[in-house]
Ligand binder design. Structure first.
Ligand code: CP
Length: 357
């Protein structure tokens, strides 16, 4: 079943697994990166290993020159119509590491969408000039819709979803997994761990995508700590149940801190409020981390946050060695470089160069 056998309405009604299969390459490997459900354990391990190799090579002039020699003939389009610092800049620098040239649109008021051009025509226009489109949008499902539209065109270039609506942020989940793997690699690996998600879980796409990726690891307990109106969606809970994954929801973050291996904080996503002040009426005072909360955690618990933060992690915690969020952010550049290299089939060249130098 390939996308050009379908109308968009029929395609959009497929399961995520069937959509991913329909949009895959001939050999079944991912062409686009749209959903976190596209990744299995073997693929995650390969990507994390490649990220570490790229990180190591980029430390020297010789290794950096080699990486930049890989893709100077490719161009990537950064189509970010929703605000971003980290994802935008880490993709930009990941492209630079691999020698890709980049161009971008960050505001539809500066592109011909402002003149009424459809999103489908805009994407076809971008694909005429670029070999990859990295896109962040406010609209849920737009990345897959554009991948579907391009699959019917003469230039079906790969699309990477850099955050879509409240639903998916698969590359954030990749960098989170990479951070978790690195943090636990000398302590038995990422298995038999408890991960607690805290904050606005109802509207946090990073939590939704990471929760899915964690299903690839053995014996991970997922705790969702939030006030009731901001609790994780029933669809995610249903997927965890179906996968047989240990999980529970709670409104009591503090009591679970001593047994948690990784605390994943998130901010209130009030950009999604339907009327001004919606979130401001919710009491979130119990969902903040200061030095006092850190004193309840184990000595080797790690504290993560996709960032940006507001006041949910006090700045006094930044100097705590368990605070992982700045390293987590930088990991984004390496894992995104690994993803782009994989998308353009450079993995073998990079690994061979690394082994021989
Ligand atoms: N974590 C994340 O997506 O950050 P930005 O919104 O700054 O890209």
């Amino acid at each position: 079943m390939k996308p050009n056998d379908h109308t968009w309405d029929a395609f959009s009604a497929l399961s995520v697994a069937d959509k991913a299969a329909a949009l895959a390459r001939e050999d079944g490997s991912p062409f686009h990166t749209l959903f976190s459900q596209q990744f299995d354990r073997a693929g995650l391990d390969r990507l994390c290993r490649l990220a570490t190799v790229i990180r190591t090579l980029a430390k020297t002039r010789k290794g950096s020159d080699f990486l930049q020699s890989l893709l100077p003939h490719r161009r990537a389009m950064l189509y970010f119509t929703q605000p971003s610092s980290r994802t935008y800049l880490s993709f930009l620098t990941a492209c630079q590491i691999l020698g890709l040239r980049t161009g971008g649109v960050r505001d539809t008021s500066t592109s011909s969408e402002f003149k009424g051009e459809s999103q489908e025509d805009s994407i076809r226009t971008f694909s005429s000039y670029f070999d990859m489109i990295i896109m962040r949008t406010r609209e849920k499902g737009l990345a897959e819709k554009m991948a579907f539209a391009l699959s019917k065109s003469e230039r079906p270039v790969p699309i990477i979803n850099a955050g879509s609506g409240k639903d998916q942020h698969p590359t954030q989940a990749l960098l989170d997994i990479y951070t978790l793997q690195r943090s636990f690699e000398r302590r038995g690996g990422l298995r038999d761990r408890t991960v607690m998600f805290v904050g606005d879980l109802a509207r946090g796409r990073t939590v939704r995508s990471l929760s899915q990726l964690l299903l690839n690891y053995d014996n991970i307990t997922q705790i969702f700590a939030a006030p009731d109106p901001l609790q994780i969606g029933d669809d995610i809970l249903a997927e965890l149940r179906a996968a047989g994954a240990a999980h529970f929801t709670t409104s009591d973050m503090r009591s679970h801190l001593p047994a948690t291996d990784a605390v994943y904080m998130t901010r209130i996503q009030d950009e999604w409020d339907t009327k001004s002040g919606d979130s401001a009426d919710i009491d979130t005072s119990k969902y903040k981390i200061t030095a006092a909360e850190m004193s309840l955690c184990k000595p080797d618990t790690i504290l993560m946050h996709p960032l940006p933060r507001r006041d949910e992690i006090a700045t006094e915690v930044d100097s705590d060695p368990r605070a992982m969020y700045w390293r987590q952010m930088r990991n984004g550049m390496w894992i995104r470089a690994a993803l782009i290299a994989t998308t353009f089939s450079c993995t073998t060249r990079i690994l061979e160069y690394y082994e021989n130098n």
